[in-house]
Design a protein around this ligand. Structure first.
Ligand code: ADP
Ligand code: GN1
Ligand code: MG
Length: 363
């Protein structure tokens, strides 16, 4: 079936009024297939976000959707009464059979969200205000989930942020070298081995388990077009039990450098201190009330650990022959890996100053 026909057929399975008027690929995510679909309702075009879940990566899509349903209902109850509350939380549109997903004839899993209008995501940070706003939104997301009722959420990807296990998987990939690329990545492999002590820093710090987002890259927060406010946290597939600092670490990884994740001019990849400061202030403005002293003391190491872990993951995928992340050019995963390691070097050069800043803010 042609993609356009498939999208129309799938979209019509959801509780959406009006006539299907078209669909187009949307966004720059590495994992799911996202489409903006339009329905004409009383003559007016209304947009929705249709996604096919990547079931190669999320092997239990029903458990995943149960998590998202619980989390979005909880967040919606918390946001109730706030101005513009329906733009502050993702809203699932149910399928006509009452579930919040649809399975197509080929076994593909689909879901639909209301489209958050007049807001957008950015692939690279442009100002300290943006950094502050995204960190505040991710911190608020965590804060509002502190009171999520039991049972524990499902682990949608077990050991997702277990950096030592990611390290071990890389060692395996180097040893088997299935794509014959290890020689091409010699400097990066040497970097990882020389920095191996970073891997255990968060896991060995005895930090409390919380409900976390686990994929807080800068483009997973929507910023309001008019006010710049971090209005909605999106991409909820990996919301599950985790450490608060996985989320803060991923903010540092993705919202301190002016360059995109796959930048090839590595001199552009650098941790800009004012962006880091804005992230700390934004995050603590919403999450500061529940974080422990130990968590706050690890804010700087969090950035290093998560950039290290992500570099390891890109490198592993490069060596495996690009089987996990969507790639758009030769060597794409290796380019992505290099930016992570360049960022770690930049953090290492500024670490003392970064730690002093955190202590001063907390004093
Ligand atoms: P992926 O898991 O592939 O990263 P995302 O859920 O992050 O997919 O969605 C991809 C992009 O689509 C986002 O970066 C964002 O720009 C846009 N997007 C996602 N959900 C919505 C929504 N409900 N309203 C408007 N835009 C959205
Ligand atoms: C993937 O879905 P997306 O593009 O927001 C990945 C994250 C990585 C990120 C790196 C489920 O996120 O863990 O940090 O790419 N998501 C999954 O850009 O693996
Ligand atoms: Mg995303």
């Amino acid at each position: 079936m042609r993609l356009d026909d498939l999208l129309g057929e799938v979209a019509r399975q959801f509780e959406i009024d009006g006539e299907f008027a078209g669909a187009a690929p949307y966004g720059a995510g590495h994992i799911n297939d996202s489409y903006c679909v339009v329905f004409r309702q009383a003559g007016v075009p209304v947009r929705f976000l249709l996604q096919r879940i990547n079931t190669r990566i999320f092997t239990n899509p029903v458990a995943l959707m149960q998590n998202i349903q619980r989390v979005t209902s909880h967040l919606a109850a918390q946001a109730k009464g706030e101005p513009d509350c329906d733009r502050r939380v993702l809203t699932l549109i149910p399928a006509r059979d009452g579930r919040v997903w649809h399975v197509d004839a080929d076994g593909g899993y689909w879901r639909v969200y209301r489209f958050i209008e007049n807001a957008r995501s950015y692939d690279a940070v442009e100002s300290t205000e943006q950094a502050f706003q995204s960190a505040r939104a991710f911190g608020r997301f965590q804060q509002r989930l502190v009171g999520l009722a039991l049972p524990r959420l499902n682990d949608t990807i077990p050991d997702f942020h277990n950096t030592p296990k990611r390290f071990a998987a890389l060692e395996q990939a180097i040893a088997s070298d299935v794509a014959g690329r290890a020689l091409l990545a010699k400097p990066e492999i040497e970097f990882v081995l020389a920095h191996r002590s970073i891997a255990g820093v968060l896991l060995n710090a005895n930090l409390p388990e919380r409900v976390t987002h686990n994929d807080t890259k800068f483009n997973n927060a929507l910023l309001d077009d008019a006010t710049g406010e971090g209005i909605c946290v999106i991409d909820l597939d990996t919301v599950m039990p985790g450490l608060a600092l996985y989320d803060f670490g991923d903010m540092v990884r993705t919202a301190t450098s002016p360059a995109e994740e796959d930048e090839r001019t590595l001199s552009r990849v650098t941790l800009q201190f004012p962006m880091f400061e804005a992230l700390v202030r934004g995050y603590l403005s919403s999450a500061g009330g529940f974080l422990t002293k130990q968590e706050k003391e690890h804010l700087v190491s969090a950035g290093k650990v998560i950039a290290f872990e992500q570099g390891i993951r890109f490198l592993t995928d490069y060596l495996a022959g690009d089987v996990y992340y969507k790639v758009h050019r030769e060597g794409h995963n290796l380019d992505r890996c290099r930016t992570q390691f360049k960022l770690i070097e930049s953090i290492e050069q500024q670490e003392d100053r970064m730690n002093r800043l955190v202590r001063d803010i907390e004093a």
